[in-house]
Design a protein around this ligand. Structure first.
Ligand code: HEM
Length: 153
């Protein structure tokens, strides 16, 4: 028998996903100490913030008002926040989603997480966002961007 997993339909599933993800993060060998020791995360505040964050991303109703770039930038002088850490974070996030859910929203939230990881990683480390690397432009984009003339001030 195939086991049919539900999709992420509302806030309740987001809470399940976030709780399960941070249960894994907390005890994770690579990332756990960044929360428990470096940031000394207050979980009763962080978890509801993350419910709001993902509800806002997925359903535009969570009312998240934080500043993820600034929050993660503060960690850079304190601990390694490189591609390896972000790739590991993404691997944990994707496997948590896949263990619990399947469907359109489940795919969407994994794509959003990957985009956010790229944006946060590049901004806090001042490296170009890999999505906008000229080497990865399509021929159509390359031609269109070559036509672009900045308007004079
Ligand atoms: C190397 C990977 C990452 C590490 C080590 C990390 C660690 C942290 C830490 C320590 C905090 C602060 C928690 C506290 O209040 O104590 C935080 C906040 C947060 N993280 Fe991450 N994070 C990572 C990647 C990501 C990614 C990829 C996303 C989005 C998809 C994300 C979304 C957030 C959000 C929304 C907050 C709350 C920001 C705010 O309050 O303004 N994180 N993270």
């Amino acid at each position: 028998m195939f086991e049919t997993k539900p999709d992420i339909a509302r806030r309740a599933e987001i809470e399940t996903l976030v709780n399960s993800f941070y249960d894994r993060i907390r005890t994770d060998e690579v990332l756990g100490f960044i929360f428990t020791e470096v940031a000394q995360t207050n979980w009763t505040e962080h978890l509801p913030k993350m419910y709001a964050f993902w509800e806002t991303v997925l359903f535009r109703t969570g009312g998240f008002t934080g500043n993820p770039i600034a929050t993660h930038a503060k960690l850079v002088p304190l601990t390694a926040m490189g591609r390896a850490q972000f790739d590991h974070w993404l691997m944990l996030f994707r496997s948590t989603v896949d263990d619990l859910f399947a469907g359109e929203k489940a795919e969407h939230i994994k794509n959003c997480a990957a985009d956010m990881a790229n944006v946060i990683y590049s901004r806090i480390n001042q490296v170009p966002d890999p999505r906008f690397d000229p080497a990865t432009l399509t021929p159509e984009q390359r031609e269109r961007y070559a036509r672009y003339q900045p308007s004079s001030p």
